[in-house]
Structure formats: structure tokens, C-alpha cells
Design a protein around this ligand. Structure first.
Ligand SMILES: [Zn+2]
Length: 283
């Protein structure tokens, strides 16, 4: 499932072929994905210029010249493919249409952007740009983890007195937007905090230390995505999924990477999600 860094990687991959470009032809091949597509989506997209391509949490938002904003959510298995344009020194011909190509955007610049989603948990919607922040999927989101509103005093205030485990608190999209299971596991390992610790039991100093760690973990993953972007472009034009090495995530039974620590990474289930942690380093 794509997390914030993967979505940011997809956004950056789409930037050169979408931002500032006109959608010459939008083709919509089904009525909807997770939810129905908005009425007349193909017609409303066709002819629109993409003024800005931005990201909020795990959503990509394209602000259009029609004063509407296109929201794109990759869901569990959504993929974006670019074809038909020079990308670096490589050229991808338009591939034969695939079974799960649900939305195709032919850009005036010559690129074709295909949204393929086999499991159909993805979403696309259109809303007035002026009220985009009040869209049901966006309205309740907390601040962006990389943004200025997410700082030490904010997080200390939000976690104060909370009885929930820190793992669950950081996954709570009302507290901070876009953090998922993988990067919360990595953050807590670096912060040396056990995932089951009650959020309210942490000292203000421990909570404050989480903020730069969260940013660092995400920035490293976005950086890894950036390097993979070049490879993906060269490979097949598909954006978004990249190999990234984790220190605890999915490493159950493997040695802790902290120098001098002889423990093995353990896994436990919290609220139905796997938490990976070092029983020695994280207290
Ligand atoms: Zn350890």
C-alpha cells in the first residue's frame, strides 16, 4: 500500500508531464473505483490545464484552469504509468491497453498518463478548488508531517494525557496526516520508544524528539523514491513503488542494526497492524 513517500514520488514523477499542461483528452473506462466517479468526469477534465500538482497526505491534487481540483488516491494497488513522451533519454511507446486501465489522460504535450488499479480501492474525484480543503477525505486531516504546522509544541499538546499507544497515536490521521504503518515503525525505532508505550506517558522531550525523526524518516524515503524515479522512467514508465531498506519494518527475527545490540527484531499486533521493534533498544 503506498504511503506518503510513495505518493510524493508519484507526484514528482507526474510533475513534468502534468503541471502546466493541458489535458487534451480524458478517457474514463468505468463508472468508478472505490466510489463512483463524479458526473461527467471525462468531459470536465478534457481541455483543462493543470495549474498546480500538489499533495495532501496520501492524495494527489491537481488544481485545474476550470477552478476544479482533481483528487487522485492510489488506494491499495493504484499505479500511474507514463508513456509516449521523451523521459530522460528514454521513450516509452503507448503500451497496449491493460485490463485495469480505468482512467487515461492524453496530455497536449504528448504524454499519456494511465491510472491502473487492479483492486479498485483507488479513487478520483472533482471538487471546486476554493473548497478543496473541506472535501470529506481531506477535511479532518491533521497537519502535514513535513509542514510548518507540525512542530514540537503541536505534537506535545496533541499527545498530552493520551491513553492510546504511541504507535496508534502517530497513525491517527487527525493528529498527523499521511503517516502509515511502515514509517511509524521506523520512527519509533529511531526514537528508541516501544510501540506500546502510552502516548501520554512520554516526556515532552521524547515527544518533541519525534518531530525531526519523522521528518528525517520521510525525507530519506522520498529521496530513495527520487532515485528510483529515474530507474522507473528508464524501465517502463511506471511510477511510485520502490525498494527501500528498513531498519525494523518487516524484519521480524533478524538482528537489530544498532551497533552493540544483540537482540532480534520482534513483531506484535496492535489494532490489527504489525508493529516491528527491538525489545532492547525501544523502551
Ligand atoms: Zn536493538
Amino acid at each position: 500500500m503506498p504511503e506518503l513517500p510513495e505518493v510524493e514520488t508519484v507526484r514528482r514523477g507526474l510533475l513534468p508531464v502534468m503541471e502546466g499542461q493541458v489535458i487534451a483528452q480524458a478517457t474514463v473506462n468505468r463508472d468508478g473505483l472505490r466510489w463512483p466517479f463524479p458526473e461527467g468526469m471525462a468531459a470536465r477534465l478534457t481541455g483543462a490545464r493543470v495549474n498546480t500538482l500538489r499533495r495532501r497526505s496520501k492524495y494527489i491534487l491537481a488544481d485545474l484552469s476550470t477552478d476544479e481540483t482533481l483528487l487522485i488516491h492510489l488506494g491499495m494497488s493504484g499505479r500511474m504509468l507514463i508513456s509516449g513522451q521523451m523521459l530522460g533519454s528514454f521513450h516509452h511507446d503507448h503500451p497496449a491497453p491493460q485490463k485495469h486501465d480505468h482512467v487515461v489522460l492524453d496530455m497536449a504535450g504528448g504524454a499519456r498518463i494511465t491510472f491502473n488499479d487492479a483492486r479498485r480501492f483507488g479513487a478520483m474525484d472533482l471538487m471546486p478548488t476554493a473548497t478543496a480543503e473541506t472535501h470529506p477525505l481531506l477535511a479532518a486531516l491533521g497537519p502535514e508531517p513535513m509542514g510548518n504546522a507540525f512542530d514540537e509544541s503541536y505534537l506535545v499538546a496533541r499527545l498530552k494525557g493520551r491513553n492510546t499507544p504511541i504507535k496508534s497515536a502517530l497513525l491517527d490521521q487527525h493528529i498527523v496526516a499521511g503517516l502509515g504503518n511502515i514509517y511509524v515503525c521506523e520512527t519509533l525505532y529511531r526514537a528508541r520508544i516501544a510501540p506500546a508505550t502510552k502516548a501520554g506517558a512520554l516526556t515532552a522531550k521524547q515527544v518533541a524528539a519525534l518531530v525531526p525523526i519523522i521528518r528525517e524518516v520521510l525525507a530519506e524515503a522520498i529521496e530513495a523514491g527520487g532515485s528510483s524515479l529515474r530507474d522507473f522512467r528508464q524501465a517502463d514508465g511506471e511510477l511510485g513503488y520502490f525498494q527501500h531498506s528498513f531498519q525494523v519494518y518487516d524484519r521480524e527475527g533478524q538482528p537489530c542494526v544498532t551497533p552493540g545490540c544483540s537482540a532480534k527484531i520482534e513483531r506484535m499486533v496492535q489494532s490489527g497492524r504489525s508493529s516491528f521493534y527491538c525489545p532492547i533498544c525501544q523502551r
